[in-house]
Design a protein around this ligand. Sequence first.
Ligand code: F6P
Length: 366
Amino acid sequence: RPAIAVLTSGGDAPGMNAVVRAVVRTAIGAGADVFAVYEGLQGLVDGGQRIERFGWSSVGSVQHRGGTVIGTARSADFRTREGRRRAALHLLERGIDRLVVVGGDGSLTGTDVFRSEWPDLLDELVEAGEVPAEIAARHGHLVIAGVVGSIDNDMVGTDMTVGADTALHRIVDAIDALASTAASHQRSFVVEVMGRHCGYLALMSAIAGGADYVLIPENPPADGWEDEMCERLRAGRAAGRRESIVVVAEGATDRHGNPITSGHVRDVLAERLAEDVRVTILGHVQRGGAPSAYDRWMPTLLGHAAALEVVHAGPDHEPQLIGVRNNRVHRTPLMSAVERTRQIPGLIQAGDYRAAMAARGSSFTD
Ligand code: F6P
């Protein structure tokens, strides 16, 4: 019987529970033993009660809940070889050699390092007498599949990451709320949104929320952008617009790579437009709370596909990212998706903004 483990890692994202639920139930249906690892990759390093056998009802009533019910962490220990050696031991103790990891590109890369080291780690464990040779021989390969859980929608290889849709709804709700108070006072609001180095949440919320101006990392504004922004807002006021909203991605920079902060945008607007300007940093409220309908059904399909991927994989299986492309579940070699994602900052530095936007995938306007 194959034994698989599922874990959530990195920043939590609404919809992770739906992936876990689908992985557990699909794998059970396919005849596998299923384990959940608590607290992400750190749970693999710690072992013990952090790796728990799950049954069908272990994942009842979880898909409507925010965050991840099995916990997550950004594990420093897993970044060390000793940490990964302990992780291998804890998996082998339970006969697990198949993993579904739900996390961001850092967690998925770390898991792939673990996979490539797996045969050497096994040799070391056998030599040290910690694992019997016949057990190591039976589990000579680690099979992995990744599902991208991140509100940032920052990964090549999937049109949407799990959690991005919910975060976008949360931001648009906030912009709607701010617009009514802004309109009452004829104020300008600067809204700072998450996304790390990715402008998806900022761009899409600006479009959906009807903002006046947006600043995103993939399209750093040219010198003089402050004048252009003020001109746009002035024109809006002149046309009778009572509220002004500027959305700033937390990773926005200018063409010289200098960060554009929401505080700077506020100061520019206050000074040049002689207006009352307020800043709202939405923060972790964007990441919390119940998942949207999309972030329940889509992760369910992804979890189902990821479970089948690892249950049926042979020893020469190439790690796959299970994502969405054109509304269909889509497999992409995991490490090529990670590498293409990592090329995006270089494209921006080289001034190739169109390529950076295109690399983000079909969810971005080209
Ligand atoms: O990657 C998800 C994310 O929420 C980013 O948008 C943000 O930059 C970061 O995580 C915040 O991390 P932390 O929860 O560690 O403060």
